[in-house]
Design a protein around this ligand. Structure first.
Ligand code: GTP
Ligand code: MG
Length: 341
């Protein structure tokens, strides 16, 4: 797993394969904006939308046979794309943002984002169930969602992210390239290279008693990651106060962590207060990622079944009732791209 450099646009000159014939209508070199592009390779969005197939039959103007036996009319029916207007049209539809997920080791970054991708329909239940089975086989059952982003054998065996996991997903108004950074300090260089490409960030915090403190104090990565993100140009930060299931969805714990972090992020890391949003959630149960539990429909880790989750969901409705704010997905859907020089 590595940071994939954005693919260069693949300008495809006409190919004369038997099965996929595309030809420009004029003999002259067409203007650059009308070359035939492989839109899927340009990462314009979901492959289903991006795959523009050559239209094979416009009005036939000649019946001359080509060397392949096809009529000339078939050969002349290339689909032309005005790249500039297509790009503008799609850019106007949804803003594209690079989103890095950072935080102390084991804060739950990969689980949170793997679960979010699942809830957004980017990953199927079949895949999650397979991850769950395979993870259980090596004694790592709780990492099923993390395996969506932790793809290498070593990452899975060790239960840590080592390199930045990259994938794409969309919300109602945004198109995200997700960069899932490692929290372990041995892999800080990878975290930096991921964060350097980011427009916005989610800082994931483990709310478990003692774990927030470990991440926040001297040797933890919480402060280090926040400072690095700020110095690498990230201005907007969503702080996911995660694993709230472990602390009984405690409002007091959420407020305590939020206050300490806010003070540090504003005074020492120099984030603007209005650019910070604190969201309570559980990446494991899925609570408040995309929706809230409600009567008869509870966020319970979905594909994942575990005693911890089952015991926790029974109380969630009552204990998390205090929170009236937005979900994580609603929050990131409002993020703005920083102005480019
Ligand atoms: P690194 O990338 O190695 O820094 O770890 P990470 O931050 O990506 O954490 P990861 O997603 O690998 O999760 C670490 C452990 O925390 C796993 O056992 C997860 O199941 C568990 N975990 C993550 N989120 C939650 C949560 O919301 N609640 C509970 N109870 N456990 C969680
Ligand atoms: Mg991880």
């Amino acid at each position: 797993m590595c940071i994939a450099p954005s693919k260069p646009s693949t300008l495809s000159t006409p190919q004369h394969h038997d099965d996929d014939i595309v030809e420009f209508l004029d003999d002259d070199e067409p203007p650059a904006s009308q070359l035939t592009f492989d839109l899927a390779a340009m990462n314009f969005g979901s492959p289903a939308k991006a795959a523009i197939k050559p239209v094979k039959s416009l009005a036939p103007s000649s019946s001359a046979k080509s060397p392949t036996g096809r009529t000339k009319s078939t050969l002349r029916a290339g689909k032309r794309i005005d790249v500039v207007s297509e790009y503008q049209k799609r850019s106007a539809e949804k803003e594209s943002l690079n989103l890095v997920v950072i935080g102390h080791v084991d804060a739950g970054k990969s689980t949170l984002m793997g679960h979010l991708l699942y809830l957004q329909g980017e990953v199927t239940e079949k895949v999650i169930r397979k991850h769950e089975r395979d993870a259980q086989r090596i004694g790592k059952g709780s990492f099923a969602f993390a395996w969506v982003l932790d793809e290498t054998g070593e990452e899975r065996e060790r239960g840590i992210t080592m390199d930045v996991g990259v994938t794409k997903f969309e919300t109602d108004h945004r198109r995200f390239t997700l960069l899932d950074a490692p929290g372990h300090r041995d892999f800080i260089p990878n975290m930096i290279s991921g964060t350097a490409q980011a427009d916005v960030a989610i800082l994931v915090i483990d709310a478990t008693t003692g774990e927030f403190e470990a991440g926040f104090l001297a040797n933890g990565q919480t402060k280090e990651h926040a400072l690095l993100a700020r110095s690498l140009g990230v201005q907007q930060l969503v702080i996911a106060i995660n694993k709230l299931d472990v602390v009984g969805w405690s409002e007091a714990r959420f407020l305590e962590i939020s206050e300490k972090l806010q003070e540090f992020l504003v005074k020492e890391a120099h984030f603007r207060e209005q650019n910070l949003t604190f969201i309570p959630c559980s990446g494991f149960t899925g609570e408040n990622l995309v929706r809230r539990s409600k009567k008869g429909s509870i966020c319970n880790g979905s594909a994942v079944s575990s005693a911890t989750v089952d015991a926790t969901v029974a109380r969630v409705l009552e204990e998390f009732e205090w929170y009236k704010g937005p979900t994580l997905i609603q929050t990131i859907d409002q993020l703005e791209a920083p102005p480019r020089a």
